[in-house]
Write a protein of this length. Sequence first.
Length: 228
Amino acid sequence: MSTVLITGANRGIGLELAKIYAARGDTVLACCRTPDGAQSLNEVEGDVEVLKLDVASADSVAALAASLGDKPIDLLINNAGIMGPPVEQQSVLQMDFDGWAETLEVNTLAPVRVMQALMKNLQAGDDAKLVTITSQMGALSLDMPFAYAYCTSKAALNKFMKMAAPELGKKGINVCVIHPGWVQTDMGGAGADITPAESAAGIVKTIDGLNADTNGSFWKWDGEVHDW
């Protein structure tokens, strides 16, 4: 069995990922900003520890790392993310710059901060994997003039992880980013294509297939390769 740490695990895709890994017997370190208020997460059956983490706070990330000590982590899933300012305020002609900065903080900087803080835990893991939930809207191969703050935050995240993969591969850590699909969450809306449970099931199956040969890859939730 593996130890899996998931950020943003209190709802949506993160919550469904926690359910799947717990149901199959893995140890789940489920992170969210307000553990006491995460009722659905606290009700997940299995070996689940709900931990406090605000990914945008360096102090919070450091506190999490300190609390884990030398505990091995086999799989880190950077799932937490935000859409950013209202869409009309992140366009080519109008930008909420404070909102853009917050979006970059959560979507781009935070996954790197979490990864770096937990590096010794990943190196102690068994066939460790670093997975980051991204979006196809951050792919340079996809021209979509929409939600500029969000798209650029994911594009920067993708570039970092692609560059990091060879170095982390030498440490025995396999890296990938995954587009979760258009999902019926608070971010995706009720009219999206798939449910959080469907997305999470596909993501888990895709993660299961990762190895040294796929290090530095970009996937869709259903296991198809995504263009960068």
